[in-house]
Write a protein that binds this ligand. Sequence first.
Ligand SMILES: [Zn+2]
Ligand SMILES: [Zn+2]
Length: 238
Amino acid sequence: MKLHVLGVSGPFPESNGATSGYLAEAGDTLLQLDFGSGVLARLTALMPPESLTAILLSHWHYDHTADLTVLLYRLAAAGKTLQVFAPADPSSPIREIVAAAPCFRLTDVSPGDVLSLGSCTVRVGEARHPVPAVGYRIESEGRTLGYTGDTNTLPSLESFFRGSSLLLADGLFPSENWAENLPHLSAALAADLASACGAGQLVLTHLNPVFEPRMLLREAQSRHPNVSLAVPGTTLDV
Ligand SMILES: [Zn+2]
Ligand SMILES: [Zn+2]
């Protein structure tokens, strides 16, 4: 399985950047995780977006969904439809747009759901965020990609992501800026999670342009042996 990193920023992009968006490729199965601002152009550079197997959304915040509103023009022009899986969130204007667009087939997901998409088994897990949010665990041919989406600490994360080959985790805060009631993990806590669940590799993402990424990396590296920062335009082996 490969992970193509398209957008890593949140909640807004850096110069020439993009917010959350990652493509998991397992043979012919192409699963797009989140679809933030700037992601459509980067995905189009890799492949025609209408050939995706499905789109999996962690939640409906705009930094994870903004480009769906433009993707629908491309799908309409191509006469194609795409499956979208996401937690139900009646408060989201973008969800209303996606639910009403004929080019999307929207399915609500909840923690505990198991989806069979192409050659992949996709499990849906909990997340702790101010709106309904989930994480995903994608399994294919003995490899496992974990994606936390946006979350702060939660007891179920450790068992849900246990044995991940690669854990792509929200590591937004430096330790000194993190607090229990905020919507994101710190880089250090993401590393603690990766260690606790035995992840082979930790990739820190949801990088806020306000914080210095090298500091996040340093803090995480002191708690897990194999940490990197998500870099747009790179492809990782899972
Ligand atoms: Zn976000
Ligand atoms: Zn969010």
